[in-house]
Design a protein around this ligand. Structure first.
Ligand code: HXC
Length: 514
């Protein structure tokens, strides 16, 4: 054959593969409100930047009639491309080909691009849309998943791994996303569960829809498996791209710097926190009053809302924020919020992102439920994560810092580099009401007017301890600042910390309270 005919032959082969599972299957995909796998890849990447590999891979299954089946690309697309001009690796399962089910060659394609991403130190984006392990391929499918999970773990903390759930993600398939850094879901499209409604009905007799069991809302609000929730695939792709502007390409790099911008003038920091310590307010407004252009990119917005996590920039550099949210449960720490914050702290620490902690919380949440759900174990995660982190760590006590919460929220004792408090900060073992009731119980009971005495003792305790100066006198707080000084103090502290050298004892790895 001449070169010309060979080229025509190549083009024909490519065209065939590009048809995926064929017109009918594509129509079904579109009818479900879903984009095709290739549309997804090209929508996420810079225009014309996608380069596909392993297009001509064929499955090797010979049982259950598989020998007669041609599965284009074996149901998955892999390749490289760029986002904002920077290289990334990507794979997308193609539901139109055998339901995107994962067989041996399908898995080999995914692991090939994962190996590439790790070796080249570039982010990996995985788009999941699959019926799970390819049933006809038996243990080979399970082996394939195992190889993926192993690589997810190897790559963890080295390159960013983003999982995008754009269809079913069933059975063991959910564990790859769970091992990655950020999971994106889309309303009505994403479904994640270990066993589906059919199995649940058979085994337990319980009836539940796929959406109620493992839809996008469930994972954003209840389980905490998803970090970003979108109303459409296109909105989801914008979120992916935005996240990538905040994080570095690998763990030996810093995130890209942007031109500095002041916060927007409508966020007036001195007007956000009410003077009455019992009044709630939205801590996100404090973050917006601090960060460049008031642009705060929140992660896990709808899960464990009593703590807020996310990224912002200060003088153009990425900063991770962890902040108690007085709007929800007065901002207490509990099982879920500790878990949420701890993972984020570890992310920032792995990827050289300084952490700013804003504190306003009355302590850990008391109660039988919390105790029995393991608040000791989960609460310990945040202590572990802050103690372990060696990136620059700065805390601002905005209002309350009581009890275990004071210690946990990146206190001096967790080795915060800088500790600041606003003048209205209250730092003590517990709130004035609880404290006075305990330490002045006898006086209160013996008083002619116990309620008046109680009030007097609460006021006495508040005067003595519910302020920042006791902690400042011991050097636990470096300085007390006015709210308006916060951004400048943070900018300076981050700048001063930019060559921070800190270490922990050499070890294979620690044993965090997972
Ligand atoms: C082989 C599969 C498949 C699978 C779907 N297909 N899942 N083929 N193995 N796991 C095929 C279907 O046969 C069909 O092929 C095509 O994909 C489209 O599937 P439909 O069922 O027509 O689509 P839909 O009605 O949209 O339903 C989607 C679905 C359903 C809900 C995902 O297909 C389903 O329940 N699949 C099985 C899910 C599951 O139990 N997976 C195994 C989990 S166990 P044709 O040729 O008709 O177009 C697991 C263990 C891994 O994953 C453990 C790792 C540790």
């Amino acid at each position: 054959m001449s070169l010309k005919r060979n080229i025509l032959d190549l083009r024909k082969r490519k065209e065939k593969v590009l048809q995926g599972g064929g017109e009918k299957a594509i129509q079904k995909q579109v009818a479900m409100g879903k984009l095709t796998a290739r549309e997804r890849v090209t929508s996420i990447l810079d225009e014309d930047s996608f380069h596909e590999y392993d297009m001509f891979v064929e499955h090797e299954a010979r049982d259950f009639g598989m020998e007669k089946k041609e599965l284009h690309g074996d149901g998955v697309i892999i390749g490289t491309g760029t986002i904002y001009g920077e290289p990334v690796c990507i794979f997308a399962q193609d539901f139109t080909v055998a339901g995107g089910s994962l067989g041996l060659m399908h898995a080999r394609k995914i692991t090939k691009i994962m190996d590439h991403a790790l070796k080249m130190r570039v982010p990996l984006i995985g788009i999941n849309d699959s019926g799970g392990a390819r049933i006809q391929e038996g243990v080979n499918s399970l082996a394939g998943y195992g190889e993926i999970f192993f690589r997810n773990t190897l790559a963890s903390g080295v390159i960013p791994q983003l999982s995008v759930i754009l269809g079913p993600c069933a059975g063991g398939a959910v564990y790859s996303p769970a091992l990655t850094d950020f999971v994106f879901v889309v309303e009505n499209i994403s479904k994640m569960f270990i066993t589906g409604p059919e199995v649940i009905k058979t085994v337990l007799g319980e009836e539940i829809s796929m959406e109620e069991l493992g839809g996008a809302k469930v994972h954003s609000e209840i389980t905490g498996n998803a970090h970003f929730y979108a109303l459409s695939e296109y909105e989801c792709f914008e979120q992916i791209k935005k996240l990538l502007t905040f994080i570095p390409w690998h763990n030996a790099k810093k995130a890209k710097a942007f031109p500095p911008k002041p916060p927007r003038p409508e966020y007036k920091i001195e007007e956000i926190v009410p003077s009455d310590p019992t009044q709630p307010y939205d801590i996100r407004n404090v973050i917006k009053a601090i960060v460049d252009d008031s642009d705060f990119f929140e992660s896990m917005e709808n899960f464990a809302r009593n703590i807020v996590i996310g990224f912002g920039r200060m003088n153009g550099e990425t900063v991770g924020f962890v902040a108690n949210q007085p709007l929800v449960l007065a901002g207490v720490l509990d099982c879920d919020s500790s878990d949420k914050a701890a993972r984020f702290i570890r992310y920032c620490d792995s990827f050289n992102i300084p952490i700013v902690t804003l504190e306003d919380m009355p302590g850990y949440l008391p109660g039988v439920d919390q105790e029995h759900m393991g608040v000791i174990r989960h609460g310990a995660k945040i202590l572990y994560a802050y103690s372990e982190a060696t990136v620059p760590k700065i805390t601002v006590i905005v209002r309350k810092a009581y009890g275990g919460g004071y210690i946990a929220m990146n206190s001096r004792h967790m080795k915060a580099d800088f500790m600041f408090a606003w003048p209205n900060a209250e730092i003590a073992v517990m709130g004035p009401d609880g404290a006075a009731n305990i330490i002045f119980r006898k006086e209160i009971l013996a008083a002619a007017d116990p309620e008046a005495m109680r009030k007097e003792k609460v006021a006495e305790y508040r005067e003595k301890f519910a302020n920042p100066y006791v902690a400042a006198a011991k050097g636990y707080i470096d300085t007390v600042i006015e709210p308006q000084e916060t951004r400048n103090m943070l900018l300076h502290s981050i700048e001063v910390s930019s060559n921070k050298v800190d270490g922990r004892p050499a070890k294979k790895h620690g044993i965090p309270p997972f």
